[in-house]
Design a binder for this molecule. Sequence first.
Ligand code: NAD
Length: 497
Amino acid sequence: MSSSVTSQAMEIQNYFGGAWHKSAATEFLDVTNPATGERIARTPLSTTADVGAAVQAAAGALPAWRRTPPGERIQYLFKLKFLLEDHIDEIARLITLENGKTFGEAKAEIRRGIENVEVACGIPMMMQGYNLEDITPGVDETLIRQPLGVVAAITPFNFPAMIPFWFLPYAIACGNTLVLKPSERVPLTMRRAIELIEKTGIPKGVVNLINGGREVVEALCDHPAIRAVSFVGSTPVAKHVYQRSAASGKRMQCQGGAKNHVIVLPDADMDLARQIISDSAFGCAGQRCLAVSVAVTIGEAQKTFRDAIAEAASSIKVGSGLDAGVQMGPVITRASKQRIESLIATGVSDGAKPIVDGRNLKIAGYENGNFLNPTILDGVPAASSLANTEIFGPVLSLIHASNIDEAIEFIRKSPYGNQASLFTTSGAAARKFRYEAPAGNIGINIGVAAPMAYFPFSGWKESFFGILHAQGKDAVEFYTESKIVIERWSKQETRKF
Ligand code: NAD
């Protein structure tokens, strides 16, 4: 742990109107290092009045920012890209300290964040409207895209850098001003990112940060000056935020939880499947909304894949994410670890066999860390509550199906639709799967089908509430209002000149 974290950031502040402000909060949440259990900061659970001040700063900055040409607005993003590149190791360390994922995983997530900054630099092209002359003789019609106004983003703990950057660059490049609320469990990463954003010289009030929990979220949902809210988190909260913000007439995009299936056909390249599915299920300690959580095997894959994945899971080195050679870090909190262990127990009592059991792990030197080893539960009954519960930990359930139709049926019954994957060497099976699988992000021989920044992150069913997704062209549509102009000019006017 770096000393700057303990000394300077003990109590996190809010940032709005171009300055840091102490919150009026009377309640705080301890931020702990998941590998050591040490307290590294305190997040203020900011108040409705704090939110009001941040929104006022964003609203004050709006008129000038909206008039700043798009080509000028993106100059700050070009600067930000290079500042993030220059500080990537420092930010990755902060992510590992407060989230627990390995240093390598933390760097990879920042890369995905930077990718969004790069794509948003294309706003002068992406924000263009379109037009048609002579919709009737002498009358022309034009579509113009204009910024919405003040917008808010509310983000989860599992990607402290990447997920805020799914929203921030597009929102401001389109001419909006932003109030961001990161997860109260991981406030240090965006605090540092905001310091870098400040260094770009961006006008005060364009990007604002407010720390806190439920009260802040609800104040953002209710605030009449906020035009749109982007949310990522668990499904019950996504639904709540969607409904509450819709009640005050806001535009919404709310990404929720997941339970992702992978189907393994007997003709799959088993070496590839073993490696990629192991990375997907156990990478980031399973705390990814695109992590594979259920593997459905067909035919001989029941045995070949089971043996291969059990071997891969058993060889993963678990420990502190800053230690060399560690492949999987701890889960976020002690409560999360206990919850995951009790869900494994539910699966076992429902009849599943723990062929790799990661419970009760203690790591020497890190006795207070929230560690689990990877776990594989074989034969989880379809009726078990575990079959449809998001575990959000390093646990892979194995289910057997007699054919691909039956396997797709398992996916159809899931309330979630974030991702579904297939491992096969058959083009016909791949096409059938792509066509029929009821999920928004599809992987064919891919374990984490995470869309690049220039494509939308297309969750379905209970994994997404809204129409326009994060990233890509959807982001530009989400953060802009379309205006139609229909023009007729009298011919007599031209005779004057
Ligand atoms: P969470 O729902 O607990 O918190 C998300 C945000 O909502 C945080 O900023 C938090 O402060 C706020 N919040 C929490 N409880 C609230 C309440 N009762 N009322 C109002 N606001 C509240 O989620 P988390 O534990 O931080 O993140 C993990 C979840 O996020 C998982 O379910 C995961 O699948 C999901 N997730 C989804 C995606 C996606 O793209 N679909 C991506 C990442 C994470």
